[in-house]
Design a protein around this ligand. Sequence first.
Ligand code: SF4
Ligand code: SF4
Length: 116
Amino acid sequence: MEKLEKEQLVAYCGLYCGNCGKFQKGKCPGCAKNEKASWCKIRTCCMENKYATCADCATMTPRSCKNYNNLFAKFFEVVFKSDRKTSVEYIKEHGREAFADLMIDQNQMVIKKQKK
Ligand code: SF4
Ligand code: SF4
């Protein structure tokens, strides 16, 4: 996969769409192009601000932003054992390409929540 494609498959919230079954089966074009995902406040916010992901956010981090900390987001984290906040921090530190590479290596869509 070429560099640009890999980067573009990193969703605004810190998921790697390239490893999603729906994407791989051709049932979803990935977050950025998925117009059905207009319900998502994270996606809408990043698009309005022209951010590639929340790692570019000038005012908030996923730990402080209410869009990551509502009931739905917490439910999502528990069910999928996902840690999108840490994923966004990883993107901030290493970039989208390195995050995509990590997810490809681990065959995951997101950094998994560590057991406490
Ligand atoms: S972290 Fe920033 S870019 Fe992401 S949803 Fe919150 S306010 Fe928007
Ligand atoms: S939760 Fe929102 S930003 Fe994340 S993949 Fe889904 S639609 Fe995209």
